[in-house]
Design a protein around this ligand. Structure first.
Ligand code: 5GP
Length: 196
């Protein structure tokens, strides 16, 4: 089963695996694919632009979005900030037949699966655990305490791979992005999982 046009694809995977980098690569080279902009209560990092990387909102604004049921899914990520997918833009894009991509965490992916079981769920995996640790340390955006917290989350998230329709190994970003786009456009069938 591959993604037909206008279908939703959810890209999830452990922290620091490069989900954001793969999604940015797809955004730049595949303008036909729409990528959701999440709302978050975390502050912007240097270089991040409001409305492009995230909608940076206050706790009160996020509360309102939840109360008005404006989010398709939302979660507290890394036990710190809240992140969520605004529902209306996703619905509008899917109605036009354009393929849509969500780059979200595992808790969010599970919520989308419950609400939209026909979506395609793609797991982005690191080539190895050592490489994941190296990427998290190398990124240098988190302090030691936050890094340890994110590695704990990553260990749990890696175990969720069998819940997904397909796995893409992120050894090189252009290759991983090409595989993701092939899955989204139906050029590549997801690897069948063994039945029980
Ligand atoms: P960062 O703070 O590094 O940009 O993102 C931290 C984590 O939040 C990443 O794992 C990313 O996938 C996840 N994330 C980003 N947007 C959303 C969202 O809308 N919903 C959920 N559930 N997770 C998100």
């Amino acid at each position: 089963m591959s993604a037909s046009p206008g279908r939703l694809t959810v890209l999830a995977g452990p922290t620091a695996v490069g989900k954001g980098t793969v999604a940015s690569y797809v955004r730049e080279r595949h303008p036909g694919i729409w990528i959701s902009v999440s709302a978050t209560t975390r502050p912007p990092r240097p270089g991040e632009v409001d409305g492009r990387h995230y909608h940076f909102v206050s706790d009160a604004e996020f509360d309102e979005m939840v109360a008005r049921d404006e989010l398709l899914e939302w979660a507290v990520v890394h036990r710190s900030a809240r992140y969520g997918t605004p529902r209306r833009p996703v619905e509008e894009v899917l109605a036009t037949g354009r393929p849509a991509l969500l780059e979200i965490d595992l808790q969010g992916a599970r919520q989308v699966r419950a609400r939209m079981p026909d979506a395609l769920f793609v797991f982005l995996k690191p080539p190895s655990w050592e490489e994941l640790v190296r990427r998290l340390v190398g990124r240098g955006t988190e302090g030691p305490q936050e890094r340890a917290r994110r590695l704990d989350t990553a260990r749990e998230e890696l175990a969720a791979e069998p819940e997904f329709d397909a796995t893409v190994v992120n050894t090189r970003v252009p290759v991983a992005a090409a595989e993701l786009v092939a899955l989204m456009t139906g050029a590549q069938e997801p690897t069948p999982r063994h039945s029980p």
